[in-house]
Design a protein around this ligand. Structure first.
Ligand SMILES: [Zn+2]
Length: 293
């Protein structure tokens, strides 16, 4: 540690009812989060890191996977945002992380836990916080207010879509967990609720399913465009094919059904699926038979 134990102990004792001695407390530090894009395709803004730095002072952490714990809570007594002088994030920004100093009052009950932390076994931290803005890196929309249609992890004109988390309105807790989501820090985070590994796993599964559904919608769209092409090379079929680019999965299924049922003689020049555009994605919920342009 960079600082003398006495200084750290002074900082600890601002949070305790009586002054604790160096023998009574166990001091350790941890990385709460950083500004790198995590496995969920999210990253914190600099302003969010600064806000988290302020709000996490005094917050208690838990070691949730050990139910017999009586006295296994630790408390953060100091935080700082650090910048790595060498490393940059995947978006080319200087790598920043939120480092915290925590303490635990030593008891018989947490001796094993302390040994595990010392051995580096419990390095992974999950934080819970509430954010008011989830900004799409492609179009700048706040995903909490509107679904812009861009998918995290997908490429748009060569740029990978991710979400910038900003406007921290609350922090809830932090805990040691088994599986890290954030690549660099070994950190997972949960927005707006309690943090636990199971929820994180479910969230990841949901994201995967949503991405799969997205791909299936794309396939369906291609199929509908192909069926439109079979209606013959005329303005109406072309307009219908264009409309298909703006439809959601329900409308596409309906359209495929009617196109298949009322199929006329095949053989017209096939229409090629257009490149999906931002407007098409944003418009996905529109009336199926509205013509655009
Ligand atoms: Zn967007």
């Amino acid at each position: 540690m960079a600082e003398h134990t006495d200084q750290l102990l002074d900082a600890v004792n601002r949070f305790t009812r009586r002054a604790l001695t160096a023998d009574e407390v166990y001091l350790f530090d941890l990385i709460l989060c950083d500004n790198e894009i995590d496995r969920d395709g999210d990253c914190f803004s600099d302003a969010a890191l600064a806000e988290l730095q302020k709000r996490f002072v005094g917050v208690t952490g838990i070691f949730d996977h050990n139910p017999k714990s009586g006295n296994q809570a630790a408390r953060i007594f100091r935080t700082e945002v650090c910048t790595d002088p060498v490393r940059t994030t995947r978006t080319g920004k200087p790598y920043r992380f939120l480092r915290a100093n925590a303490y635990m009052v030593r008891t018989e009950g947490n001796a094993d836990l302390i040994r595990e932390i010392d051995a580096g076994i419990k390095k992974e931290v999950s934080i819970s916080c509430a954010v008011s803005r989830q900004t799409c890196s492609i179009c700048g929309a706040n995903r909490l207010k509107q679904n812009c249609g861009h998918r995290k992890g997908k490429q748009y004109a060569g740029a990978t879509c991710y979400t910038v988390l900003d406007g921290i309105t609350d922090v809830y807790e932090w805990s040691f967990v088994a599986v890290p989501a954030q690549r660099g820090a070994g950190v997972t985070k949960t927005m707006g609720g309690g943090a636990d590994g199971e929820k994180d796993a479910m969230r990841r599964e949901l994201l995967e399913m949503s991405s799969l559904l997205d791909d299936m919608t794309d396939d369906l769209r291609r199929e509908v465009v192909r069926l439109c092409g079979q209606q013959g090379d005329n303005a109406c079929a072309r307009a219908l094919a264009r409309t298909a680019m703006h439809l959601g999965i329900k409308e596409l299924r309906t359209l495929r059904e009617s196109l298949s049922a009322g199929r006329m003689a095949a053989g017209g020049a096939q229409l090629q699926p257009q490149q999906k555009t931002d407007a098409a994605e944003a418009d996905a919920g529109n009336n199926p038979f509205r013509m655009n342009g």
